[in-house]
Write a protein that binds this ligand. Structure first.
Ligand code: NAD
Length: 248
């Protein structure tokens, strides 16, 4: 049976690119989505046409009940889980701190931080060698905002991704004895819809001049790094925060 990978927020962007590449590399893929059922179904059909195995499951990763349902669906269809990619994330409009509401911080932390916690907790129950599992890997999708701070723009998002980084380092140590490696990628500015839908349309072009490699990144370039961290080639890598940022 193929290794099974769950990618949260996989109906588009970095998540969808990771799902495609994972299927090409022989994983059975669980495509989690929150709203975009059509896009998730289209991705599952695309993977099936390639001869791969995929399942779309709707769940808001910030909801404990929906995450429980997501993992029950994986148990039922595949009966195992080898890799969790905590990719689902949101970025809200650029704003200075004085204008930010508590609700905004709660929304940003709910998906980016609490969602990663809830999914990791369920994954560990299934992967841990101490609980009879085969071990596995967790890859968190953080951001270089965690390091740069995103002043006057998204300090809430930067703080949330900083929490993801701390969780990555801490869980890597905690879960080593469970046979689970935990790492994160920290993308720079990647050309996806997150900028148009929540952040700032045109951001990729605006910041390209500040990126040493001279351009925004592609979702596929992040997907490649995620799958390297997930796979056996990274067998001695845990607790690593890997910048995929064009040198920014
Ligand atoms: P995107 O907006 O295209 O994809 C994010 C996906 O997550 C969407 O499909 C969205 O529906 C889903 N999602 C959001 N909240 C969810 C929830 N509560 N439950 C389930 N799914 C949810 O953006 P992307 O650029 O592909 O972002 C993927 C990840 O990469 C995010 O964690 C983001 O913070 C991170 N990231 C992106 C960039 C960038 O420049 N694009 C940079 C650094 C980090």
């Amino acid at each position: 049976m193929s290794n099974v990978i769950l990618i949260t927020g996989a109906s588009r962007g970095i998540g969808a690119a990771t799902a495609r590449l994972a299927a090409q590399r022989g994983y059975a893929v669980v495509v989690n989505y929150r709203q975009q059922a059509e896009a998730a179904d289209a991705l599952v059909n695309e993977i099936s046409r390639m001869g791969g195995s995929a399942l779309a499951v709707k769940a808001d990763v910030a909801s404990e009940a929906e995450v429980s349902h997501l993992f029950a669906a994986i148990d039922e269809r595949f009966g195992r889980l080898d890799v969790l990619v905590n990719n689902a994330g949101i970025l809200e409009q650029q704003m200075r701190l004085e204008a930010m509401s508590l609700e905004r911080w709660q929304r940003v932390f709910a998906t980016n931080v609490f969602g990663s916690f809830l999914c990791s907790r369920e994954a560990v129950k299934r992967m841990s060698t101490r609980a009879g599992g085969r071990g596995g890997a967790i890859v968190n999708v953080s951001s270089i905002a965690a390091r740069l701070g995103a002043p006057e723009e998204y300090v809430d998002y930067a703080a949330a991704k900083g929490a993801v980084d701390s969780m990555t380092v801490g869980l890597a140590k905690e879960l080593a004895a469970d046979g689970i490696r935990v790492n994160a990628v920290r993308p720079g500015v990647i050309d996806t819809e997150i900028h148009a839908s929540g952040g700032e349309p045109g951001r990729v072009a605006r910041v390209a001049g500040h990126i040493p490699l001279g351009r925004g990144g592609l979702a596929e370039e992040v997907a490649d790094a995620i799958l390297w961290l997930a796979g056996d080639q990274a067998s001695y890598t845990t607790g690593t925060l890997l910048d995929i940022s064009g040198g920014r």
